[in-house]
Structure formats: structure tokens, C-alpha cells
Design a protein around this ligand. Structure first.
Ligand SMILES: *[C@@H]1O[C@H](CO)[C@@H](O)[C@H](O)[C@H]1NC(C)=O
Ligand SMILES: *[C@@H]1O[C@H](CO)[C@@H](O)[C@H](O)[C@H]1NC(C)=O
Length: 352
């Protein structure tokens, strides 16, 4: 083997490994030292973007700070939703930020893709509403009076813009031609399910106008749910996710439940291809596989946060730790609440 050939093999292997992960753009959340993403030149230097995302970046530089906030939002929400699970959504300082956990077609990967696609739609829409973007603003299709007798007014969130941007930016790798692997189908489905979690929980918020809140005139606008709500919805979908496999129907490929007894999944459900590992032990060869040694657990819970399941049968240690709490709070006229600090001892259990 010539040296050049060997080098090319290594490069190709690296490319294959890198491109095997369509969620590398989440690495944007780690680039806080970069400052604002202001010019096209910066787009070239953003690690984690594939070439077509760099092109989108250049076309829509002003949206990129929102995309980066979206990446951070996705990571934070994942860590919140998984705080009591064996895999707790820890990030690495390298790509992919969740390590090997998202390179396999597991339920955890399904969650990560869904929450990421949702978070970009959410953060971009928020940026539109706040007036920081020239390309979009409030949703002006929402106006006039409603059948319920209120006036549409104020800034309705332009979720259509955020969703469209998320589709073009987040899905770009899977939408390119030749990507009809079962994994690409899985990612696309879960991305779409994530965005649906925002879309189908849009709400109407209103304000009353009139003498002393009499509500003679009511004005309302469409608003996104809080992102925590989106996280809760996607976590529920994670709990009920469907294991699927690829099937050929006519000339196209689709994902169908592996167990034909199960009812087919809907557009809003999460799907996955492979069972998850047990996440019990630290595996230095598998980035992101931290294991559960040292994790806190709940002695009385029978669920996954309970010491039995969390510690994978290895047992746990108990320590007395002092916690400082606010207590005997008193309301003072007017208007503040004053509390004392109380110290108390609580038992804390950690996995062996
Ligand atoms: C997840 O658990 C590991 C221990 O296994 C801990 O070091 C890490 O800080 C936790 N991460 C988060 C985000 O809670
Ligand atoms: C531990 O689990 C029990 C039963 O699920 C629950 O009632 C309790 O609030 C949990 N304790 C903590 C500290 O989370």
C-alpha cells in the first residue's frame, strides 16, 4: 500500500465517521468563545457544519446565533429530561457532543434528533418575534376578528418560518439524494416529530382591555408553548417510542413497526431501529458511555431513578449531607418575602 493510498483511506474513514453523524451542528453550542456569528467568513470556520449547512449559514448569517441558542436549548432540555436516567445526556468537548450514544439508531438518538429539530424551530421563531431578524417577524397571517369575538392583535409567533428553517438546516444531510438508508429515514421522522411537538402545542394568549380589567375588548395572539412543555412532550414520546424496521413499499422505503401486533406509529411518535445498551458501565472505548458509578439514586423508588436500577445491582453508598434551605418565610408589607436559612441533614445515596 502506498503512503498516499493509506492516507486517503484514513481520510475517507474519518469522513465516513464524521458524516455518519448528522447532529454534529449541535457542536455550535460549544463555540461560545466565538462571539456573535456575524459574517460569512465565520461560517467557514464553524466546526460541525457540513458543506451545505455552511451555505445556509452564509445565506442566513443573521439567523445563526438563534441556531446556536437552539443547540444549547436542546442540550439543556435533554439534560433536564434525562437527569434521573442512567444515560443523563452528558456532553463531551468533542464531536459528536453526545458521543457514540447518538451514532447508533437508538431511542436516545431519536430523542436527541427530535429535541434538536424542535429547538432550532423554537429558537429561530423566538428570534423572529423579538425583532432581531430582517428576514422574518411576527406572523401577519394572524389578524382580523375571531369567531369567538376577540381581535387577533399583537405579535403572533411565526412558527412556520422557524419550522421551515429547521427543515432546511437540520434535515439537510438526510434530504440530500442517495440518503434513503433506514437511519436517514429514522432521523427525518424524528426531526419532524420534534417540530410537531412545537406546532401542535401552539396556544392562544390574550390580554384584556377596558376599565379596571373589564375585558370589553380582548386581543389575542398565537404563541409557542414554553420549551419545557416541548421537552415534556418529546420525553413522553421517548417513553412510548416504536421500534421499527425498513420495508420496501412499491418503489419507496418506509419504516414499519418491527412487531406487527403494534399499532403503526403516527407522525408525532418517535421511532428507533436498535435497542439501547444498558448504560451501566463506563466504557473508555465508547465516548459518552460514562456508566452510573457515582450517580445519585433514590432508595425508595422502584423506577429507573431508584438505587436498584440506577446502580445496575452493584449497590450504593449512603452519606449524610447538609443541605441549606429557605424556611420560615415571612411576607413583609410591601412587597418582599424574607426567609431564614435552615440547615438540615439528609441522606444521599450514590451508586457503587
Ligand atoms: C451525568 O452523570 C455523570 C456521572 O456518571 C456526571 O459526572 C455528570 O456530571 C452528569 N451529567 C449531567 C449533565 O448531569
Ligand atoms: C424518591 O422516590 C419516591 C417514590 O417514587 C418519591 O416519593 C420521592 O419523592 C423521591 N425522593 C427524591 C429525593 O426524589
Amino acid at each position: 500500500m502506498t503512503e498516499e493510498y493509506a492516507l486517503r483511506c484514513v481520510l475517507m474513514l474519518c469522513c465516513a465517521l464524521l458524516s455518519a453523524n448528522a447532529s454534529n451542528w449541535l457542536y455550535l453550542a460549544k463555540l461560545s468563545s466565538l462571539g456573535s456569528i456575524r459574517d460569512e467568513e465565520t461560517c467557514e470556520r464553524l466546526r460541525g457544519l457540513i458543506q451545505r449547512q455552511v451555505q445556509i449559514c452564509k445565506r442566513s448569517v443573521e439567523v445563526m446565533d438563534a441556531v446556536r441558542r437552539g443547540a444549547q436549548l436542546a442540550i439543556d432540555e435533554c439534560q433536564f429530561q434525562f437527569r434521573n436516567r442512567r444515560w443523563n445526556c452528558s456532553t463531551l468537548e468533542t464531536m459528536p457532543v453526545f458521543g457514540k450514544v447518538v451514532t447508533q439508531g437508538t431511542r436516545e438518538a431519536a430523542f436527541v434528533y427530535a429535541i434538536s429539530a424542535a429547538s432550532v424551530a423554537f429558537a429561530v421563531t423566538r428570534a423572529c418575534s423579538s425583532g432581531e431578524l430582517e428576514k422574518c417577524g411576527c406572523d401577519h397571517n394572524v389578524h382580523g376578528s375571531s369567531p369567538e369575538g376577540f381581535q387577533w392583535s399583537g405579535c403572533s409567533d411565526n412558527i412556520a418560518y422557524g419550522v421551515a428553517f429547521s427543515q432546511s438546516f437540520v434535515d439537510v444531510r438526510e434530504r440530500s439524494k442517495g440518503q434513503s438508508s433506514s437511519r436517514a429515514l429514522m432521523n427525518l421522522h424524528n426531526n419532524e416529530a420534534g417540530r410537531k411537538a412545537v406546532l401542535s402545542h401552539m396556544r392562544v394568549e390574550c390580554k384584556c382591555h377596558g376599565v379596571s380589567g373589564s375585558c370589553e375588548v380582548k386581543t389575542c395572539w398565537k404563541a409557542m408553548p414554553p420549551f419545557r412543555k416541548v421537552g415534556n412532550v418529546i420525553k413522553e414520546k421517548f417513553d412510548g417510542a416504536t421500534e421499527v424496521e425498513q420495508r420496501k413499499v412499491g418503489s419507496s422505503k418506509v419504516l414499519v413497526p418491527r412487531n406487527s401486533q403494534f399499532k403503526p406509529h403516527t407522525d408525532e411518535d418517535l421511532v428507533y431501529l436498535e435497542p439501547s445498551p444498558d448504560f451501566c458501565e463506563h466504557d473508555p472505548r465508547t465516548p459518552g458511555m460514562l456508566g452510573t458509578v457515582g450517580r445519585q439514586c433514590n432508595r425508595t423508588s422502584k423506577a429507573i431513578d431508584g438505587c436498584e436500577l440506577m446502580c445496575c445491582g452493584r449497590g450504593f453508598q449512603t452519606q449524610e449531607v447538609e443541605v441549606v434551605d429557605r424556611c420560615s418565610c415571612k411576607f413583609h408589607w410591601c412587597c418582599y418575602v424574607k426567609c431564614k436559612q435552615c440547615r438540615k441533614m439528609v441522606e444521599m445515596h450514590t451508586c457503587r
